[in-house]
Write a protein that binds this ligand. Structure first.
Ligand SMILES: N[C@@H](CCC(=O)N[C@@H](CS)C(=O)NCC(=O)O)C(=O)O
Length: 211
């Protein structure tokens, strides 16, 4: 399995967390968003949208590529069910998906690189804009998680929701979000950062990490 990704990309970080949690070995292939590798023809063949992450997998002797971190979670959950990242109850599974989706579609797109570049080109204060939507999204997440959290965002088991939270807080700090306003999220982050698989997936631990 090959993961085309970038050390600082929050969506890439999500997939690394899921792979490390499940103990699935993979080859790390760096796609530098700083250098614009995501726009090169070679990468556009893997993902025509020009985003990371992309996971290359093998099925029946054939290689295939998967994009979209949450779709990749779904694939990994079905292929490697032994260490689940979703709870057993149907309602619980829906709630974990909702927490993850709040981040995936409700926060991250607002601070994606191409979004910020376009805002800059329009003469908008991109940093202020991103911080506004990050804080608004995290506020919703803090309240939603108050109904479900234990040690982690959903009860006492590490789930997809945590795979999205940790990278989102990393991104929030980069883009000026006021993370200190969200004590529950920070408490869950501390619990997650104590786990070896989380440490292994951290941006700073990746081969392409730059100081
Ligand atoms: N919903 C997608 C988002 C993917 C995405 O936005 N990736 C960012 C990095 S976190 C990217 O590749 N940005 C490149 C660009 O905007 O040029 C996912 O979950 O995989």
């Amino acid at each position: 399995m090959k993961l085309y990704n970038y050390w600082r990309s929050s969506s890439s970080y999500r997939v690394r967390l899921a792979l490390h949690f499940k103990g699935v070995p993979y080859e790390y292939v760096a796609v530098s968003l700083l250098k614009g590798d995501q726009h090169q023809a070679e990468h556009r063949l893997r993902n025509p949208a020009g985003y990371v992450p992309v996971l290359e997998v093998e099925e029946n002797g054939k290689l295939a590529v998967l994009s979209q971190s949450v779709a990749i979670f779904e694939y990994l959950e079905e292929r490697f069910p032994q260490k689940p990242l979703l709870p057993k109850s149907l309602v619980g599974r829906g709630q974990v998906r909702a927490l993850a989706e709040l981040i995936n579609s409700g926060i991250q797109p607002f601070h994606n690189l191409s979004t910020l570049n376009h805002l800059k080109a329009l003469g908008v204060d991109d940093k202020k804009w991103a911080a506004h939507f990050i804080d608004q999204g995290l506020e919703g997440l803090e309240k939603l998680a108050a109904k479900t959290a234990g040690r982690f965002l959903f009860g006492d088991d590490f789930t997809w929701a945590d795979c999205c939270l940790i990278p989102q807080l990393f991104g929030a700090r980069r883009f000026g979000g006021n993370v200190d306003a969200f004590p529950l999220l920070l408490r869950v982050e501390q619990a997650c950062l104590a786990l070896p698989h989380v440490q292994a997936a951290r941006p700073e631990a990746q081969p392409d990490a730059q100081a």
